[in-house]
Design a protein around this ligand. Sequence first.
Ligand SMILES: [Zn+2]
Ligand SMILES: [Zn+2]
Length: 227
Amino acid sequence: MTSNIARILARLAALAKPTGRCWLCLEASHSPLCATCQGDLPAKGSRCRQCGEAGPAQCRACAQKAPPFDEVHFGVPYGPPLDALIHRFKYQRHWWLDAPLCQPLLAALAGVDRPDCLVPVPLHWSRRLWRGFNQAHLLAHHLGQALDLEVNPRLLRRQRATRQQQGLGRQARQRNLSRAFKLCGPVPAHVALVDDVMTTGTTAATLARLLKQAGCQKVQLWCLARA
Ligand SMILES: [Zn+2]
Ligand SMILES: [Zn+2]
């Protein structure tokens, strides 16, 4: 999707937004989620600094073999009430939900190292055509505007349609993803990959490895929710 289309969608989204109300409880609110609803979101608890897994500051998996990405930042643990909003955003084309969905992530990003650019996790063109848009690109666009960061949707390309990752084992996922992505252009020193939900992190790891092999020094993953 070109940046122009993302901009047009963002403008349409702005028109459809209910102004002055919280998206979850519909009470009057200046932000997309009111302070009460934001406070009621499930707590993240203690997390691994590198992969975001619940538990100690360094999980056993990262201690044994560090993943190629350096940090994971996310808004909420995946689950109610935002999972329903994420589903509507992704599958029912409710693009205007970008603001309430990004709010917890933006709060989590306070004080975090700023990347040189945001790179949405790419969709294969056939799936983008089917869905009508790449949800990660819309999120990156919203975050880029909020934080005044450049968005580069063309740095990574998915050159092969991959099967749905859901329900596949770890090895099958890796096989499925190998050679699915291609780097298109010079790599900045610090990149933040943007996606809606992180499940196993296999996709992020594949992309981070590709970026690091091309000289990228730091890769963060930013996502709305982490499973
Ligand atoms: Zn509310
Ligand atoms: Zn970890």
